[in-house]
Design a protein around this ligand. Structure first.
Ligand SMILES: [Zn+2]
Length: 244
């Protein structure tokens, strides 16, 4: 099997798309290929112009060859009712970003459907997006905190599901996958995270992921680009979720 890796840009939203699009283009120039963009679909509170601009940016990225995945609903949890104890811990560790952490079956499906509805409003059949409806290729819960129902709920909707340590395709094929991520960790731990990334990307096996966030740029641009170069120099091929 050829060596592969995934490059995943998280948290692309109506609030940051203008700042992020040039970052995506510059990275795609380095990799020689567009990659995976994880979209926060809720546009609640944004003005109409921003929503139009966000939709156009998504349609354009897709036309350029980026693949678009669904990344939660608002990426902010609004309440803590109905969460398990572990879910509450997850919420605390991520400053309330783990919106699916420890939810009940009912709340988890409700939130997943809210995410899909917001996506469809942006990019679905009603969106009048050029080229028709765009479906999410994968679902990645914000911060990877989940609940025991979510993987099945995503599987039933025929999307690939990603957690912190693995990927499961819509057909049920599971891949172990180490992720390198630099957001939401203390600065002293960043160096360690990059060393870990360099290590897994230089191994002859596995399907490592590089998970990037808007807050990584521009501060960590140099380090991120070096990490991507290590993957490419090690003859790893950048793949999409849809190719697994
Ligand atoms: Zn995220």
């Amino acid at each position: 099997m050829a060596r592969k890796f995934l490059l995943c840009f998280h948290d692309f939203s109506v609030w940051n798309y203008q700042k992020c699009v040039p970052v995506l283009h510059s990275l795609a120039e380095l990799t020689g290929r567009p990659f995976s963009v994880l979209v926060i679909p809720s546009t609640e509170g944004a003005d109409a112009d921003a929503v139009v601009g966000f939709r156009e940016a998504l349609v354009e990225l897709r036309a350029e060859g980026f693949e678009l995945a669904l990344h939660g609903y608002k990426h902010k949890a609004e309440f803590s009712q109905g969460r398990s104890y572990m879910g509450l811990i997850g919420m605390n560790l991520t400053h309330g970003e783990a919106e699916f952490a420890g939810l009940s079956e009912f709340e988890s499906t409700r939130l997943l459907q809210a995410g899909l509805a917001a996506w469809n409003e942006l990019l679905g059949v009603d969106a009048k997006a050029e080229g028709g409806a765009i479906a999410p290729v994968a679902f990645i819960p914000p911060t990877w905190y989940s609940n025991k129902y979510l993987p099945h709920q995503v599987h039933a909707l025929k999307m690939l599901y990603e957690d912190r340590f693995s990927l499961t395709t819509a057909k049920g094929r599971r891949y172990a996958s180490a992720v390198s991520s630099f957001a939401g960790i203390p600065r002293f731990a960043e160096k360690l995270a990059f060393s870990f990334g360099q290590f897994v990307l230089s191994l002859p096996v596995g399907l490592p992921r590089i998970a990037l966030h808007p807050v990584d740029f521009p501060r960590l641009t140099g380090e991120v680009r070096d990490l991507v170069r290590i993957a490419l120099n090690n003859n790893r091929k950048l793949v999409h979720y849809s190719e697994l």
